[in-house]
Design a protein around this ligand. Structure first.
Ligand code: MG
Length: 248
């Protein structure tokens, strides 16, 4: 069941989203060669403390950290570690869910560590572009897979692939609500979008094959062929006009 939110609830989600904004603004300068993915987790903890928020990923399904930190060929659900030192040329996706006042906001950015390859930059830019192109269809009256289809179209036009095994999702008082929001699909299908639906739209894209595997820690998802992955996500509210982005 897709839960429709009141404007008041959407404002609470936007308030939670300010924590995401503060985190990613801070990380722009903080992420550099030599820091560890655990440092990023500590940074997020500190932002949460200072803003009175909770990092909702921590403990979710047993996840042990406050952010997911996925480096290079890691697609999602990377576990921050003091042993994972970022190197010049890496890319890292930081996925974070803030909970404030009972409402959630979910967003992700992929960051460059030092100087990265042209391919890595192209991949990151394409994930972001696919999000903004996709949400042009996050409007009352469209079908959900109109959005999904547009994301896939943009990514594949750049020669990259979209992940099939993981999708975006509804969000609100729960981190994961209906509907699933795939990054692929046939236009004209899926639930009819309505004002007040709140969705985490998150292109997860790869340099080569979209086939995935999960590491023995049962969390970290990597590309099977070792190709790079990038991830760009925001929480949005569907309106009868442009999508309302709650985590920017
Ligand atoms: Mg997320």
């Amino acid at each position: 069941m897709i839960i429709i939110k009141s404007q008041e609830e959407i404002e609470l989600m936007r308030k939670a989203g300010r924590v995401n904004v503060a985190l990613f603004d801070g990380l722009k300068d903080y992420i550099k060669p030599g820091i560890t993915t655990k440092d990023i987790d500590d940074f997020a903890e500190e932002i949460c403390r200072s803003m009175g928020a909770r990092a909702a990923e921590k403990g979710y399904g047993g996840f042990p950290a406050s952010v997911c930190a996925s480096v290079n060929d890691e697609i999602v659900h990377g576990i921050p570690s003091k042993d994972r030192v970022l190197q010049d040329g890496d890319i890292i996706s930081v996925d974070f869910v803030a909970e404030l006042g009972g409402y959630m906001a979910d967003s992700c950015r992929t960051f460059a560590v030092g100087n990265i390859s042209d391919t890595a930059r192209h991949l990151m830019d394409t994930a972001e572009k696919a999000f903004f192109e996709g949400i042009k269809f996050a409007k009352e009256g469209y079908r959900l897979y109109d959005l999904s289809h547009r994301v896939q179209e943009v990514v594949e036009a750049e020669g990259f692939g979209v992940i099939r095994d993981y999708t975006g999702h509804g969000i609100g008082q729960e981190m994961h609500e209906d509907p699933a929001v795939p990054n692929y699909g046939r236009a004209g299908r899926g639930p009819r979008l309505q004002k007040g639906m709140t969705l985490a739209v998150e292109p997860m894209i790869v340099e080569k094959s979209y086939l995935t595997e999960t590491l023995s820690n049962d969390w970290t998802v990597i590309t099977r062929d070792g190709g790079l992955a990038a991830h760009y996500e925001n929480t949005i509210a569907v309106t009868d006009g442009e999508a309302d982005i709650l985590t920017i």
